[in-house]
Design a protein around this ligand. Structure first.
Ligand code: ADP
Ligand code: ASP
Ligand code: MG
Length: 602
C-alpha cells in the first residue's frame, strides 16, 4: 500500500486510563508499521473536562472566560504527554504539542473560538524526521494581533474540529475519528438500544444530525470536512471494523480568509411554482398532523415544507407547501380532513421558494438575519421560513422572485455558477431517513403580536445575532390577530435563553402590543435523510409514529432534508424511540456505547 498521511483522533473514553492510552499507542504503532505518517489528536482523559468545569463551578458561577480556557486546556496537555510517552515506550518516536505550540491560530473569543489558520511547518518538520506528532485537541491560541496571544478553546466536543482542521491544513489523506461506538449509528445507542451502524453518510446529513443532537461529531468538524473535501471516517477505538465514511462533494481550496470562516453561503436555489396551504384553528390533539399528511401522501401529493406553531388557546395552525400543480388536489384533500375536524382553510399559488445553502448556516447567527434583512430591503414579505443547518429557505410571492434572487446573490457574493433554478428533486437513491436525533438543550420562545410587514423577522434575528445568539426553527404563524399582527416562535439554546430577553427588549418596546411568551420545556426530535425531498409521505410517517405513541406535537418545522417535531421534554426519549422504530431503522445488532464494554475492562 502506498504511504499516506493520516490524522487520527482519539476521544476522551478512548484515552480514559493508562491501559487505554497504551492500547491507543499500539494502534498508532500499527499504522506506522504500515508505513503511514501519523498526526494524532487527543481529547482530555475520560471526564476530565467535566471535572474541571465542576471545580470552576464550585468557586464561581461566572468564571472569567480567559481563566476557563486556561483551566480546560490543561486536560488535553495531560493526555498528549502521556500518549507520547506510551508511544516512545513502545519504540515509536513521538512528540507532543499543545495547540499554541503547533500554531493553531483562532479567533480571540474564549470558549468557542473558530480556527483561522494552522501553521504546519513544525508538524511537518517532525514528520519528516520520522516522528508521530501528538497534538492537543480542543485548544488553540489567539493570534495576538492588536493584543496578546492567549490560549483559547473551541467549545465542548471541539477535538473533532481540531483533527479535521489539521487534516485540511496538512492536506492529509484521511481524518479518522476513533471513538467508543462503531461509527455513526442511526441514533444515539444510549437512548435506543437497536441503533444501527451506517456504512456512509453525506456531510450535509451528518451536519444536520450533529447539530440536532447527535453528539458523536462536533458539527464544526463536519463543516470543515464538507467545505474542504476532507475524507473523514468515524470508527471504533477497540476494533478494526471500517466504521462510517462521510461523503462530500469536491471541496474548495483552503481559505486564506480563515479556515473556519470564509464564505459560509455557497449556493442559492430558487424553486418556482409553489403553493401554500394553511389550515387554522384545528384541534390541538395527537394524531391530527398524522391524519392530514397520511391522507395527502395517499393522494400522491408530495409535501415540501411543513410548519405548525402553537397558539394561545387550544387550537393549532398547520401550514405546508406543495408544487403549484398539486394545489387543487391538496386543497380538496385538506378540506375533507377539515370537514370532520372543524377549522379554516386557505390555499394560494403563485409562490416561490428562495434558499441559501452552506455548511453551518444556523451556527452563524448573522446569516439568516442577513437573508431576511436583504429581502426586507426589497420590500418583500416572508410568507414562510424554514431553517436547517445547511439551508435557510423563504417562501415569497413569485412576482418578487427574480428581484429577490438577484439581491440575495449580491448580498452573499454568490457566483452565477452557484445558483440553481428549479432543481429536479423527483428522483434520489438516498434513503428517506438515515438517522434520528434528540436535542434536549433547547428552549422555545414566542413573540406574540409582531407587526405583519417586511423586516420584522429580520429585526428579530438581527437583535439576537448581534449578541451571538443563533436561532433554530423560526416559525412565523399564518394566523393573524385582529390587528393584523402575527406570532413568531423560535427555538434557541437553553443557555442563551436569558440573554435573549435582554436582546429582544428594545425591539418589543417598538412594537405595540408585542410580548414575549415563555414556551414549555421542550425536546426536539428530528429525522434526517437526503432522500426526503423525493419521497412522499415521510412527514406523515413521522407524525403517525408519534401519534401512535400518544405523543402530542407542539411545533413542527421541516426543511428539505429534515423534519423536526417539538414535544414536551418528558416525552423526548419515547419520541426518539417511536420515530426510530417508525422508520424501520432498528435492527438485530445492539450497539451500546462501548465505554464499559471495552475488551480492556474484562
Ligand atoms: P469522544 O469522547 O470519542 O469524542 P463522544 O462522547 O463525544 O465521544 O461521542 C460518542 C458518543 O456519541 C457515543 O458514545 C454515543 O452515545 C453518542 N451518540 C449520539 N448520537 C450518536 C449517533 N447517531 N451515532 C453514534 N453515537 C452517537
Ligand atoms: N475535552 C473536550 C470536551 O470534553 C473536547 C473533546 O473531548 O472533544 O469537550
Ligand atoms: Mg466527542
Amino acid at each position: 500500500r502506498p504511504m499516506a498521511l493520516l490524522v487520527q483522533k482519539f476521544g476522551g473514553t478512548s484515552v480514559g486510563s493508562v491501559e487505554r492510552i497504551q492500547a491507543v499507542a499500539e494502534r498508532i504503532s500499527r499504522s506506522r508499521d504500515d508505513g503511514h505518517d501519523v498526526v494524532v489528536v487527543v481529547s482530555a482523559m475520560g471526564h476530565t473536562t467535566d471535572e474541571l468545569t465542576g471545580l470552576a463551578a464550585a468557586i464561581t458561577d461566572t468564571p472569567p472566560q480567559r481563566e476557563m480556557d486556561m483551566l480546560l486546556a490543561s486536560g488535553e496537555q495531560v493526555s498528549i504527554a502521556l500518549l507520547a510517552m506510551a508511544l516512545n515506550q513502545q519504540g515509536v518516536a513521538a512528540v507532543s504539542m499543545t495547540g499554541p505550540q503547533v500554531g493553531i491560530v483562532t479567533e480571540s473569543t474564549h470558549g468557542r473560538a473558530r480556527i483561522l489558520e494552522i501553521r504546519t511547518d513544525r508538524i511537518r518538520g517532525h514528520l519528516a524526521e520520522g516522528r508521530v506528532v501528538v497534538v492537543a485537541g480542543f485548544q488553540g491560541t489567539s493570534s495576538g494581533v492588536g493584543g496578546v496571544a492567549e490560549i483559547t478553546t473551541l467549545g465542548r466536543g471541539g477535538s473533532d474540529t481540531s483533527a479535521v482542521a489539521l487534516a485540511a491544513a496538512l492536506n492529509a489523506d484521511a481524518c479518522e475519528i476513533y471513538t467508543d461506538v462503531p461509527g455513526v449509528l442511526s441514533t444515539d445507542p444510549r437512548k435506543v438500544a437497536d441503533a444501527q451502524l451506517m456504512d456512509e453518510i453525506s456531510c450535509d446529513e451528518m451536519l444536520e444530525l450533529a447539530s440536532l443532537g447527535a453528539s458523536v461529531l462536533h458539527p464544526r468538524a463536519v463543516e470543515i470536512a464538507r467545505n474542504y473535501g476532507v475524507l473523514m471516517v468515524v470508527r471504533s477505538s477497540w476494533s478494526d471494523a471500517p466504521g462510517t465514511r462521510l461523503t462530500s462533494r469536491r471541496g474548495r481550496p483552503l481559505n486564506q480568509a480563515g479556515l473556519e470562516l470564509g464564505s459560509p453561503v455557497d449556493g442559492v436555489e430558487q424553486m418556482d411554482h409553489q403553493a401554500v396551504i394553511a389550515l387554522s384553528h384545528i384541534p390541538d390533539q395527537p394524531g391530527i398532523a398524522a391524519r392530514l399528511f397520511e391522507t395527502l401522501s395517499g393522494a400522491g401529493i408530495n409535501v415540501d415544507l411543513i410548519i405548525q406553531s402553537t397558539h394561545e388557546g387550544s387550537s393549532n395552525d398547520i401550514t405546508f407547501t406543495v408544487a403549484e400543480a398539486d394545489l387543487e388536489a391538496a386543497r380538496s384533500v385538506s378540506q375533507t380532513v377539515l370537514d370532520s375536524l372543524g377549522g379554516e382553510l386557505a390555499a394560494e399559488g403563485g409562490m416561490t421558494k428562495l434558499s441559501i445553502s452552506g455548511a453551518g448556516i444556523m451556527g452563524r447567527p448573522g446569516i439568516a438575519a442577513g437573508l431576511f434583512h436583504c429581502l426586507s430591503q426589497q420590500g418583500i414579505n416572508l410568507r414562510l421560513i424554514a431553517t436547517s443547518e445547511v439551508k435557510v429557505s423563504c417562501v415569497i410571492d413569485a412576482d418578487s422572485g427574480r428581484k429577490a434572487l438577484q439581491a440575495v446573490q449580491e448580498a452573499f457574493d454568490v457566483a452565477d455558477a452557484q445558483v440553481e433554478l428549479n432543481p429536479d428533486l423527483s428522483s434520489s437513491d438516498e434513503p428517506e431517513v438515515r438517522g434520528v436525533a434528540l436535542d434536549r438543550d433547547q428552549a422555545q420562545l414566542s413573540v406574540r403580536h409582531v407587526p405583519d410587514r417586511p423586516g420584522t423577522a429580520a429585526a428579530l434575528c438581527s437583535a439576537l445575532a448581534e449578541r451571538g445568539i443563533s436561532l433554530d426553527a423560526i416559525v412565523q404563524s399564518e394566523r393573524q390577530h385582529g390587528d393584523g399582527s402575527r406570532d413568531i416562535s423560535f427555538i434557541l439554546r437553553k443557555e442563551d435563553r436569558s440573554r435573549a430577553d435582554v436582546a429582544l427588549a428594545p425591539l418589543l418596546a417598538q412594537w405595540p402590543g408585542a410580548a414575549l411568551e415563555e414556551g414549555e420545556s421542550i425536546a426536539r426530535v428530528s429525522a434526517v435523510g437526503a432522500g426526503m425531498p423525493a419521497t412522499p409521505g415521510t412527514a406523515g410517517r413521522m407524525f403517525r409514529a408519534l401519534a401512535d405513541a400518544g405523543i402530542n406535537i407542539a411545533l413542527i418545522a421541516t426543511s428539505e432534508i429534515r423534519t423536526s417535531c417539538v414535544v414536551a421534554e418528558q416525552d423526548g426519549v419515547a419520541a426518539l424511540q417511536a420515530v426510530h422504530a417508525g422508520f424501520g431503522l432498528g435492527g438485530q445488532e445492539q450497539h451500546t456505547a462501548q465505554g464499559s464494554a471495552s475488551p480492556l475492562d474484562s
